[in-house]
Design a binder for this molecule. Structure first.
Ligand code: GLP
Length: 261
């Protein structure tokens, strides 16, 4: 079962996850972080940036792999995930840009971009800690409902609800690309620790399906149940459709201090 931690607000979640990442980097200075885009992980990145600056943590050797990328956006487009990861993660944290990879969404090389990314992940020794958001449709990365639970990095077609959700980042809804390249669910499950974050009522259904629903490709988030070390960090609103809430609170309140998340 995933560990479910219910926090008061996003900032508290950010502090908790940043703590785990700082501990990881201290024990492994070339740690491999799995990076998510979207609004959900921003508090974690902010908290991590403050810790790194205040405690002068050396992150020059830290490596990163983004989960996904749009296909076909012009290089340097501000909403490409390459640009978002640079702006929200690499620069504020002071990571070494060459050590942070994003799947290549250039149509010219798209046919082998998935295999190339998989090879790079394997060569890096895999992801130590993977940050995940979850979409309204239950997607993780850009693995929309129906994605194989064994899938690897490949091109996918976005659903219309996901395109509509992401339209807020673009000038017009039709500017949201139709295709993406995303780590597969099988890829994500190879990371050594999954940390899934979700905030707000709009995510409550997807969270309940991921944590307590049947494991099914129809709810890609439910794949977390197959992983031996998953931490779900959510606020009260995102937790509102969970049935075993009392137990999650009880387990967290009684957790031995030495364990961390
Ligand atoms: C996006 C990303 C996902 C993200 C999800 C939720 O489309 N591809 O990696 O987790 O949708 O986004 P947000 O955090 O903005 O709600």
């Amino acid at each position: 079962m995933a560990e479910v931690v219910i926090v008061e607000h996003e900032e508290a979640a950010g502090r908790l996850v940043a703590d785990a990442i700082v501990a990881l980097i201290r024990s492994k200075p070339d740690a491999v972080l799995g990076l998510a885009t979207g609004s959900t992980p921003l508090a974690t990145y902010r908290s991590l940036a403050s810790r790194i600056a205040e405690e002068s943590i050396d992150v020059r050797g830290v490596r990163g792999f983004a989960l996904d990328e749009y296909v076909g956006l012009p290089a340097g487009h501000p909403e490409s995930y390459r640009a978002v990861i640079t702006r929200e993660v690499v620069e504020p944290l002071g990571l070494t840009p060459e050590l942070v990879r994003v799947p290549n969404g250039d149509p010219a090389s798209i046919e082998h971009a998935g295999a190339d990314y998989e090879a790079a992940l394997v060569a890096a020794g895999g992801v130590d800690l993977q940050i995940l958001g979850i979409g309204r449709t239950g997607h993780i990365g850009f693995n929309e409902p129906g994605s194989s639970l064994a899938s690897l990095t490949r091109v996918k077609t976005l659903t219309e609800p996901t395109r509509a959700d992401n339209a807020r980042f673009f000038d017009a809804p039709e500017d949201v690309p139709m295709h993406c390249i995303t780590q597969g669910i099988g890829t994500i499950l190879r990371a050594r620790h999954l940390v899934l974050l979700a905030f707000g009522e709009a995510k409550a259904h997807a969270v309940a399906a991921a944590v307590e629903g049947p494991v099914t490709a129809s709810q890609p988030g439910s794949a977390i149940q197959l992983h031996p070390h998953t931490t779900v960090v959510i606020d009260e609103a995102a937790a509102s459709e969970l049935e075993n809430l009392a137990y999650y609170r009880h387990a967290w309140a009684n957790k031995p201090n030495w364990q961390g998340i």
